[in-house]
Design a protein around this ligand. Structure first.
Ligand code: ADP
Ligand code: MG
Length: 607
């Protein structure tokens, strides 16, 4: 069976079992559904996007209170007097989503620029404070809460039975999982996954990382608010308790224990934790007495154990067990598609594509680049060499928009680029690879390379969720295939990038860079870790790119490689250009020979 068939089997079982469940089991499943919805948002935010939030319970609260307020408050009743009562819960949903959207946007703007544990602490801070806001607002009933919320009505039928209401909950949950699955399996999904491997990589693929993080944060918040709305109309009563920080932490447990990067892991985590708490509450008091909140202590210990045993959560373990019964889907059909992407017009051969003028970069007292001039023309390979610490990487960062120069100018295709982010460089046709390979290790070669074509697609999140992006997606994947084939990686197309040898991972980065259809390619030590034959193949590939009119700038230590390939070589020492010329000229330059003498990790220019 394929994954898809498993999913349908699960849904079918749910449908068949639903009328047969005891009222108790139905209620339990309802809560599992509500928790799962929040946990799905957290899997997206934390598991996939790498943003830890302890504060999701507060967003559940916003969704819950908004609808409770609209359904019960005299103020709302007065303002909405002409509106049929059955519509109020739906207005409550709109209000809840709107309020949550606005508050999440504000909190995100404050919190998301923080990094690492500061961000997590930030979410703790507002998770804590929103709970007290709920408790202290007179209009929301204080810590006693709001009772007698009207039930949800559909076509005049009030959904007062938990069994009926559960259908709505699980429908919303399953649709959300479907939409999230679609989102992850798209151009924007690749951009979201790229967030976790650092901003520099994602930005250089043209991804606006701040924007993606904000959207992801709001998405998770809205899913939580949706759960809150459902909760209110299931319970028909709200108070602040279910939205406190402790519950916020539990939501995070659900997402992480279930399997932080897997949507179904959210359901697994929510199920396990709900059942576990339920069982502990039943059994422990009979064993240990009711005195000491033992269930919380035991719960904590069990969570610790699971995290220690299965750091990636339980879903991957389950998936590994089930592997015998899951048939992998045949490699994607996209490879044979007719769909094609638009092509960029490359600058004519010989035209200067990139020009750096008098670039200086100071780090405190140290001058890493000192008045460096360099240009790269269409149809040439320009090599930048120099001993360790000469300032090559610093220069690379400046001409790709990762860092700003202290002084000097950089122009790309005639446009001044100072102060612009690297995604602006990418948009103009600059693609790059990294000295320390930056791939999404768990994802296939195909997905990694397709990320390089990010800017050649237009479809956004909604389009991805609703699957109206399939034509464009097929074209993006077809382009990725083409570049993979060109780089000789076709037999690894479905292999997770991390399981390739380092040398080949470098080639994957080159394929990814080519998928952007660059007019200039920056390569940071592309030959490092390659075997002799692989180097020859790389020289051949780069020569071919040059003959197609691409501008190539390469930083490289391997002198044989550089001498075989480069048209011009710029030599840096202590941040300064000490030579510029053809390989033959540079090889016999006395300054260069002097600079390289005694430098052990290079092979020596003269050799
Ligand atoms: P290369 O890539 O040629 O080996 P780098 O550009 O990495 O050289 O480094 C050039 C010099 O700048 C080195 O002395 C290095 O220590 C210094 N340097 C690089 N980055 C920084 C930084 N972020 N802060 C301070 N010094 C730096
Ligand atoms: Mg370096």
């Amino acid at each position: 069976m394929t994954n898809r068939q498993w999913t349908w089997l699960f849904v079918a079982l749910l449908v068949v079992a639903w009328p047969l469940l005891s009222p108790f089991s139905a209620t339990l499943l309802n809560y599992i559904g509500l928790y799962s919805l929040v946990a799905v948002g957290l899997v997206m935010l934390t598991g996939v996007g790498g943003i830890t939030s302890f504060g999701q319970a507060a967003f559940v609260g916003l969704g819950a209170y908004a609808t409770a307020w609209i359904c019960t408050s005299p103020v709302a009743a007065h303002a909405l007097s002409g509106i049929h009562g059955d519509l109020l819960p739906w207005l409550g949903l709109l209000l809840g989503l709107a309020v949550t959207g606005v508050i999440a946007w504000i909190l995100g703007a404050v919190t998301l620029p923080l990094s690492g544990h500061f961000l997590a602490l930030g979410t703790l801070a507002w998770g804590l404070s929103l709970y007290y806001v709920f408790g202290n607002l007179e209009g929301l009933g204080g810590f006693t809460g709001i009772a007698d919320v009207r039930p949800l009505a559909i076509a005049g039928h009030e959904l007062t039975s938990p069994r009926l209401f559960g259908i709505i909950i699980w429908l919303v949950l399953l649709l959300s999982i479907w939409a999230m699955h679609n989102l992850l399996d798209s151009r924007e999904g690749r951009a979201i996954r790229a967030l976790k491997s650092g901003r520099v990589m994602a930005e250089s693929m043209g991804v606006d990382t701040s924007r993606q993080r904000m959207k992801l944060f709001m998405l998770a918040a809205l899913l939580a608010a949706m759960s809150g709305w459902l909760y209110t109309h299931l319970q028909r009563f709200v108070n602040p308790t279910p939205f406190n920080l402790e519950i916020g932490i539990e939501y995070l447990f659900m997402a992480v224990v279930g399997g932080s990067g897997h949507l179904w892991g959210a359901v697994l985590g929510a199920t396990l934790i709900t059942l576990l708490k339920e069982q502990l509450q039943d059994w422990l008091p009979t064993l240990l007495g009711t005195g000491g909140n033992f269930e919380i202590i035991v719960f904590g210990l069990i969570m610790l154990l699971i995290l220690q045993r299965a750091a990636d959560g339980l879903w991957p373990l389950l998936a590994a067990l089930a592997q015998r019964w899951v048939k992998p889907v045949a490699p994607r059909a996209a490879r044979t598609t007719q769909a094609a992407l638009g092509r960029r017009k490359l600058p004519p051969r010989g035209q200067v594509v990139l020009r750096a003028t008098q670039v200086t970069k100071r780090f405190a007292g140290l001058v890493a680049n000192d008045s460096v001039d360099l240009d790269v023309k269409a149809g040439e390979v320009h090599a930048l060499i120099g001993p360790n610490g000469a300032g090559k990487s610093t220069f690379f960062n400046i001409i790709s928009g990762v860092d700003d120069p202290t002084s000097g100018t950089v122009t790309l295709l005639g446009q001044a680029m100072m102060g612009k982010p690297s995604r602006a460089f990418a948009a103009l046709g600059m693609s790059r690879t990294f000295q320390h390979v930056r791939l999404l290790g768990q994802r296939s070669v195909l997905e990694n390379v397709a990320l390089g074509a990010h800017l050649r697609g237009r479809r956004g999140w909604l389009s991805a969720m609703l699957r109206t992006d399939r034509h464009e997606e097929a074209a993006l994947l077809a382009e990725a295939c083409k570049q993979i084939e060109r780089c000789g990686l076709l037999s690894y197309i479905d292999t997770p990038a991390a399981s390739l040898p380092l040398g080949q991972q470098r080639i994957v980065e080159i394929a990814r860079a080519l998928a952007g259809q660059p007019s200039i390619l920056l390569l940071d030590e592309p030959a490092a870790g390659l075997r002799h034959l692989e180097k020859q193949a790389l020289v051949q590939l780069l020569s071919q790119l040059r003959s197609e009119g691409l501008a190539v700038l390469v930083v490289e230590h391997d002198m044989e490689f550089v001498m075989n390939l480069a048209d011009r070589i710029t030599v840096l020492e202590f941040g300064r250009v000490i030579a510029l010329g053809s390989p033959a000229e540079v090889q016999v330059n006395p300054r260069v020979m002097e600079a390289y003498l005694g430098v052990e990790d290079t092979e020596g220019v003269a050799a």
